[in-house]
Design a protein around this ligand. Sequence first.
Ligand code: UDP
Ligand code: MG
Length: 326
Amino acid sequence: MDGPIVDQTPTLSLIVPVLNEEAAIAPFLDRSASALDRALELLASGATAEWVFVNDGSTDATEAVIAGRAARDTRVRLVNLSRNFGKEAALAAGIDHARGKAVIPIDVDLQDPPELIVEMVRAWLDGAQVVNARRSDRSSDAVVKRVTARWFYRLYNRLADHPIPENVGDFRLMDREAVEVIRRLGEHSRFNKGLFSWVGFDVATIDYQREARQSGQSKWPALRLWTLAIDGIVASSTVPLRIWTYLGAMIAIGAFSYAVFVILYTLTTGGDAPGYASIMVAVLFLGGLNMLALGVLGEYVGRIATEVRRRPLYVVSSTLGFQEDN
Ligand code: UDP
Ligand code: MG
């Protein structure tokens, strides 16, 4: 190869998971490029940036569009996954491939404004190791999504061992030190928000307005969000398992008191206790409760089964633009 060997370690890595986003890539690259230029001005001269796109099994021209840009711009890199693994796994793949001193996961649909990166870098230079971006306004989301999101954060923070900040998405800046901790977390079900906040470190928060998606449509159908919510809670809390001990104890105490009452009632009045309705209610109620508890147990056991298989989080089929590719 010709030319001197230069240190190709970038300062900033943008991690961009993409699933069928052919129309979104060019506008995203253009807008984030100018934001990155301004962010790099804050850093020492010689600071560079890279985009690590993770193609999460797209079936449209996403790969070709990125490859086209990578051919013209060596800062654009691409990791192709062998199929769709979901955004959480795609992010993990990006984090593993990024080499920047600071790493920023960002959505390609421009809902995370790239201009905020300048503020993030400023906070990073001021000493923060994690810079969260908080959506001060979710008016670009549908009402249902806003309400359910609020409920979720409330429930999660009540149950989880470690709370997550409300309305902070995956968009954030993480210092290499925090990134290395995240890479060591081996769990298969990746609830990134929970993992990201679990690592701790010095956290700064920046508020921003969430914009509407620029092109294409959301890749998160309601059912997938529901699964993510359950994943998040089960991965971060054992309270749902413990509830049943207390509930069972309460019901047992209630049943015992009722038994004492029935005995005394029969002894004093000699009357026969009428029964059918109350027995049915008690039997059905307890049967339902048992099944519910079993279901909760199943959630945890199922996840243990997934974890002990120890399959890789994602499978890379090819990469483009990384040093080892040359
Ligand atoms: N995404 C992905 N794999 C998936 C689903 C989504 O890589 O299985 C990417 C998607 O291309 C986008 C980002 O994750 O860059 C956020 O997705 P989306 O905008 O659909 O989510 P929303 O903003 O509606 O929560
Ligand atoms: Mg979006």
